[in-house]
Design a binder for this molecule. Sequence first.
Ligand code: GTP
Length: 466
Amino acid sequence: MSTVLFHHDLGVVQGFLRFSRAVALLICAVALVVLAGWWCKRPLLTTMWPGQTAMTANAAVGFVLSGSSLLLSQHSSPRRSSFGRWLSLAVLAIGAVTLVEYLWMTDLGIDHMFGGPRTHGSGRWPGRMGEPVAAGLVLLGGLGLLLPVRRWLYLREGLAMGLLAIAMSGLASYSIALAGRNDMLFGRMPIHTALLLLLATLGWLSATPTLGLTRLATADTLGGVLARRLLLPALLLPAVFAFVFQLLQSRLGLPETLAFVLMALFSGGAVAGLVWWAANLFDKLERQRRESILLRNDAGTDILTGLANRRALDEVLACLLRSQREHDRMFSLLMLDLDCFKTFNDDFGHLAGDQVLRVTGHLLRAALRPADMAARYGGEEFVLLLPETDVAGGREVAARVLDAFRGFAWPYRAVTVSIGVAQSAFGDGAEDLIRRVDAALYDAKHAGRDQAVAAVALPTVAPSKT
Ligand SMILES: Nc1nc2c(ncn2[C@@H]2O[C@H](COP(=O)(O)OP(=O)(O)OP(=O)(O)O)[C@@H](O)[C@H]2O)c(=O)[nH]1
């Protein structure tokens, strides 16, 4: 399991909370308009659009209560948020009583709110909302009741998924009707009811932007960006597909088989399009990441040999000297110089010389422990920094490097190296150490090259206790 916590984009989190409040207000407003329609006997207000199915009065009451509960849930006062939960309980009760009516084939009186539904209701029971809407209200009430209970987070997410399925089925069946077909799957779910169910679900999910499913959508990661951009289109796709599918048959008169084939093409194309878009985003971010790694590495790397460059060397050397001063931790420094490299260049050309420098990089890296550092000091000179290593250890590494050079199958002629070894001493500055190791290297060259010479050890000076 990952130990890195979700990191949320604060602006996005606030945006989700604002969306949740806006949804709550919109739900209340639409449902109140519908109730006014029933109260004043204005059918157009209950259908919102001429010729459409009306939202029942009890469903509208459920939405007003759920919207108010959603608004109160974000209130800091515990009394108001607990009142909000009572409202959610009432929403659940409205849905549950309707379902009981369906199960027992009875009338418990809930279908005749505002008197209007007797007049305008359609279907088997005038004024009674359809089963999917009743189930939706039960789930909506459950969402509100479970909001503050962290333990039941997964159950709440499950209820939200159920609600989304009901709302999306309602929208898809409405799309089919819109495209000219009369036998709707949820013939009794009005379009504004389906839309309010969808919005209410999203509103409740957005009320806890850093928890459960929504926490991915507010994360400031690539996953967060994908979720924010793709989830809503994905939720609306079924309705769009259902509409196009039906339109192809009823309005354009295409045979069913051809319409199926075209639908398969549409859905495949849409999925491929979404995958392509996501892949593009991944690709762009990955390239940016690699570029930034490259830039970070480039700043401290010698391009020809792949070893650390002078700048990185100076930083690490300063660090080791500080550690020597403050914690009395010694280290060794080796200075290497390729022998007679000028004549090698003269004889075989600079490109062959560059190849030797590259191989030198490989040999030095191979000779060191992970904690050691190899750097190109300049031209054909190299420096090795060996933390926690005394001069004897430095000589051992030097011997290993000399052997590696002697044992390598050089393409033009054998290449050897001379090495100066020095151990840091308390009070050393970078120049003191380099001067000592340079002198040792000079001695190695004058002693006949292809060998290592250690600098004369300095008398140990005890670190001051102050
Ligand atoms: N090919 C190549 N040659 C380089 C590079 N940097 C420095 N050199 C060459 O390295 C040579 C160094 O020569 P010198 O300093 O005279 O020393 P040397 O010939 O190695 O003689 P000793 O050090 O006394 O053994 C010069 O000819 C430089 O041109 C490089 O990046 N590529």
